[in-house]
Design a protein around this ligand. Structure first.
Ligand SMILES: O=c1ccn([C@@H]2O[C@H](COP(=O)(O)O)[C@@H](O)[C@H]2O)c(=O)[nH]1
Length: 266
């Protein structure tokens, strides 16, 4: 079954478009979890237990796992999320020349969807796009302030780079498996890009810790009800608590975000 069909079902089951970001910053993991072999996995397991009923997906960012223990923690995390029937979207922002990108695309044997970087063009994305079962989210207009440096540049046609990326992603969507990453910190661009590509689901990061616009994220992020609004630190570190209560705080934060976003869903 295609990723976006599975996502559609998951959104309906939990009545939620919340993407729970699993970014277990080692400097913020409660001290009492340091006694575990894999503290990041111990942390994630508790977060998953507390939040899964509000999660349309879990979104681990690869940056928090790129070391030997980290990859083990990620594997455990993905298997545990799948055990709770929650799809996993790896925020990896990959793509490279042919043989390298073919290797990157093997990540899709483990996770359900991935974020990719369009900077190197179509051939760098081909092995991801060819995977009909997986979701492929192309970075389009990112949530960080410096996203404007390149993405807002005007091409000779007058269109900004992010619009060209959206148009290309629409062309690349031959297997109905492509989405876009558009930040909630750019509500005008969100609206503009939604008008341009009405059928592509968006992953919208930037609500919560980055202060993005939750209403615009829902209003423009969803295509036929399918799309994701991500919060990472705003959920997983909601408690700032050294006791086991940190997980309960994360569960409450995920529930609150779900309710807030649902106010804007049709
Ligand atoms: O444009 C982008 C693309 C990706 N991200 C990632 O999403 C989360 C956001 O974390 P918060 O703690 O909710 O700010 C993180 O993994 C980013 O790398 C993004 O923020 N913006």
């Amino acid at each position: 079954m295609n990723f976006f069909d599975r996502l559609h079902d998951r959104i309906r089951t939990v009545d939620s478009v919340v993407s729970v970001g699993l970014d277990p910053d080692p400097s913020r993991i409660p001290d009492h979890l340091s006694e575990y072999d894999l503290p990041r996995w111990a942390f994630n397991r508790r977060i998953i237990d507390a939040t899964h009923e509000h999660a349309a997906v879990f979104k681990p960012n690869a940056a928090f796992y790129e070391d030997p223990d980290g990859w083990r923690a990620l594997e455990e995390t993905v298997a545990y999320a799948h055990g709770k029937d929650v799809p996993v979207l790896l925020d990896a922002k990959r793509a490279d020349i042919g043989n390298t990108t073919r290797q990157y695309a093997t990540l899709l044997e483990t996770v359900d969807a991935i974020t990719v970087n369009p900077y190197m063009g179509r051939d760098s994305l081909q092995p991801f796009l060819a995977n009909e079962e997986a979701g492929v989210f192309v970075l389009c207009r990112t949530s960080n302030p410096g996203g404007a440096d390149l993405q807002d540049l005007e091409l000779e046609t007058g269109e900004p780079v992010y619009e060209r990326v959206a148009a290309l992603a629409d062309l690349w969507n031959e297997n109905d498996n492509v989405g876009l990453v558009v930040g909630a910190t750019n509500p005008d661009e969100l609206e503009e890009i939604r008008e341009q590509v009405p059928e592509l689901p968006f992953l919208v990061p930037g609500v919560g810790a980055q202060g993005g616009d939750a209403e615009a994220a829902v209003e423009h992020g969803l295509a036929d009800g399918v799309g994701l609004v991500n919060s990472s630190r705003g959920i997983i570190f909601a408690g700032e608590d050294e006791s086991e209560e940190f997980a309960a705080a994360a569960g409450q934060a995920a529930k609150r975000l779900k309710a807030r976003l649902n106010r804007y869903r049709d």
